[in-house]
Design a protein around this ligand. Sequence first.
Ligand code: SF4
Length: 397
Amino acid sequence: MSATRLNPTLPDQTAKPPAGGAAELHAFQTDDSRLRPIHEKVLAGQRLDAADALALYRSGDILAVGWMANLVRERMHGDKTFFNVNRHINPTNVCVAACRLCAFGRKKDSPGAYTMALEEAFETAASGYSEAVTEFHIVGGLHPDLPFQYFLDLCAGLKQRFPQVHLKAFTMVEVAYLSRRAKLSIRETLEQLKASGVDSLPGGGAEIFADRVRHIICDHKIDGDQWLETARLAHQIGLKSNATMLYGHVENDEDRVDHLLKLRALQDETGGFQTFIPLAFHPDNTPLQHLPKTTGMLDIKQIAVSRLVLDNFPHIKSYWQMMTAKIAQISLRFGADDMDGTVIEEKIYHDAGATTPQGMRREELERLIRAAGRQPVERDTLYRPVTRTETSVTVTV
Ligand code: SF4
């Protein structure tokens, strides 16, 4: 394992933390001797290995794990905490896959199944537009009949109507499915989507890469290697993406570590991931609803371990829609530097029992971030600062 792993395109992770940051104010303390050598590595800016990651997951000393994650977070971003103003568009919930983790997908003739006509999707986009949205986040089911052209027309139509809005559209799973439906290679599919207006890809569908887990929770989806290969191809043609991990169901600590290390390896190769988003599993209304919900300890731990292991990911997001705004806010002191967005009209996690509101106003997000002692920074999808006045919105390139 190399001693130094710093990615020159990222903020300096060995830099002295800002005055008033964690390392300056609080000495590191732990009652878990397994964390001491990890602390030494973190201080020296060395890459953590699989054994370190497992020790972090298995430690009960959440404050010590969080202290280290916060140190790295403050080295990279100081107090800055990013959010954006976005709108979710889920064009269809019709899906052929029937993943056991899912409460969103429906068979074509099932009650509650819907598919938006293109005009309806454009109207949906427009209806949340008054708050100067900078991003449309577009994901949906794997529809058995919708032609590839529908998705190209959807993106081209949105671009034409909202040219300044970034289209973050289609998970790796959707891209792979569309390529099969269109009888194109994945690279050709990505190129056509890009040409129609897609600017980047979201991180969904990664779940847990381990086959054993995938067979239980999402047997009909592409496997972990195919997800990674699709992300690799997207990055190669210049599309940035995010990456996720769905945790808190039937996976174990080794599965989580394996997932993180595979993402880190691909990021070493492509540098195309922007943000890692741990997603807490919501079992309600899924075939796995007998499973308990994640605990606050696991949610916070997951954020902290992600920040420490994914040393080459610029950002770790605490997605308030799934973690609750309160846990997401606390996680800003445990490694997270992003709270996602205002998220107008989120459907997928609310079908699975999320009790959070379907959207949050910008002022409320800013209030939560400030109350955590952090500095809110509105960003666009590519993390460029957005400046607003009464009459204009400016992205600093
Ligand atoms: S998780 Fe995605 S692919 Fe699986 S059933 Fe739900 S909508 Fe379909």
